[in-house]
Write a protein that binds this ligand. Structure first.
Ligand SMILES: [Fe+2]
Length: 457
């Protein structure tokens, strides 16, 4: 039997949900009729004090009281961002136990995580949270890593685990599978289910010139339990997954195509950043939920208590994590869904296996941080990645590393580079390029007087 295949048929139908943000609290408590459930990123209502702290997770009492109040009206579903399930060098089991405590409290039928990582090894041996959901390499070694992680999550948290297709702004090299095949293999081999974010798919399609319908045609849609919708904006030649407005029409078209083909969908959620609630307004937000309700009229209200029938307490599921993947040509997958891996596991071990993967992650994290924050692409091109890494290392020696995703730190790094450009790092145009990119960062900062506007607001 495929791992976890039995669980899907019993998925409860929750209906239409809204992703919680502080600014949306009053809207949620007003209980609009189209709103059936609420999704929350649990990481935003607790503070992780780190390994060894007791308690490790300190919850915000006001936020918890709000959640319990909401829970009396409608289901609350966790949608985590901090587990970092794809981090190669470590896995935070304490967070799983924290999620299990949340399950005791909220009794959610499923929970979800981003299929990504945001924790990487730092150069000094510690850990670096890069602040964004980094894309994972689509290869067999990553699948094996994830299968063990999924088994551990399912062993500790008695609810379906959904993993969400990620947004990526650049591809990691050496992929052995394409994204839909990777997701199919992941759900089949690990027993996880899928959270299909149609706006993420739209973002990737626009930025990388992909055909979203072909993606959907190749995806095993019966594994999809939840759908995400949202809006974005164009900026600097990119289309961003900024959760900054109404769902674009092409995404509605994807929903229209996908929904009848997703027999096990239990809910669909609209994602909106709190800072964009005011520009959108409560009427447009209500209209968004009502349109989702009309589109998913087959998704109705929930049953009260529900557990993942595949979740067997104790160690039985540990075996799932030790499952070995077939070598090239073994042909254990569905016809058309499996591509032969370019390298065997033995080859992966020769290359350094998970240790090498951890180093790749750290390197890729630095590269993405550099691309998304400062310096930008032109600075990367001028310096090259190795020199850029050296500059980052020097910069972080003088201050506590956070992530270049944070504007203040990114701007400070620009200042560091400009100073270096004036003294020892004499590269033609470096000072000008960094100055330009610093100005861009200031423009993007939340306090900027004229932030970019979403397309659909
Ligand atoms: Fe999403």
């Amino acid at each position: 039997m495929k791992n976890g295949a039995a669980g899907t048929a019993a998925v409860p139908k929750l209906g239409v949900g809204l992703a919680y943000q502080d600014a949306l609290g009053p809207f949620i408590l007003d209980a609009p009729p189209a709103l059936d459930f609420v999704e929350i990123v649990p990481d935003i209502v607790w503070t992780d004090l780190g390994p060894g702290a007791e308690p490790r997770y300190v919850e915000d009492p006001a936020a918890i009281a709000f959640l319990e109040r909401v829970r009396r009206q409608r289901p609350v579903i966790p949608h985590g961002i901090g587990l970092s399930i794809g981090t190669a060098h470590s896995f935070n089991l304490d967070q799983l136990d924290q999620l299990a405590r949340w399950h005791d409290r909220l009794e959610f039928p499923w929970h979800s995580e981003h299929l990504s990582y945001n924790v990487a090894e730092h150069i000094d041996g510690g850990e670096l949270n890069v602040g964004v959901t980094m894309p994972l390499p689509y290869d067999w070694e990553t699948l094996e890593l994830l299968a063990g992680r999924v088994a551990e999550v399912r062993r500790r948290v008695p609810a379906l685990l959904l993993l969400e297709n990620n947004v990526y702004y650049f591809d990691l090299p050496e992929a052995e599978l394409e994204e839909p095949d990777f997701l199919n293999q992941l759900s089949e081999l690990s027993g996880c289910h899928l959270l299909l974010d149609l706006h993420n798919l739209y973002v990737n399609s626009r930025n990388h010139g992909l055909d979203p319908t072909e993606f959907l045609e190749r995806l095993e849609l019966e594994r999809v339990v939840e759908l995400h919708l949202g809006g974005g904006l164009e900026y600097d030649g990119w289309y961003l997954d900024s959760h900054s407005g109404a769902t674009p029409e092409p995404v509605w078209e994807l929903l229209e195509w996908a929904l009848p083909r997703c027999p096990n969908v239990g809910g669909m959620v609209f994602e909106l950043l709190g800072s964009w609630y005011e520009p959108l307004g409560p009427e447009r937000l209500t209209a968004e939920l009502e349109r989702m309700k009309a589109a998913g009229s087959g998704i109705s209200r929930p049953r009260s208590r529900w557990r993942d029938p595949d979740c067997i307490p104790g160690g039985a599921r540990a075996a799932a994590g030790r499952r070995r993947f077939p070598r090239r040509g073994a042909g254990a997958g569905r016809a058309g869904s499996r591509r032969g891996p370019d390298g065997t596991r033995a080859a992966a071990r020769r290359r350094g296996g998970v240790g090498r993967r951890a180093r790749d992650h750290a390197d890729a994290a630095r590269r993405l941080a550099a691309q998304q924050g400062a310096p930008d692409e032109m600075t990367c091109a001028l310096l090259g990645h190795e020199r850029l890494a050296r500059e980052l290392r020097d910069f972080w020696r003088t201050r506590t590393p956070r992530s270049l995703y944070f504007r203040e730190e990114a701007i400070a790094f620009c200042d560091h580079l400009r100073e270096r450009a004036r003294s020892t790092l004499r590269l033609v145009y470096l000072e000008e390029v960094v100055g330009f990119e610093r100005a861009t960062l200031e423009l993007r900062a939340p306090w900027a007087p004229n932030p970019p506007r979403p397309q659909e607001v």
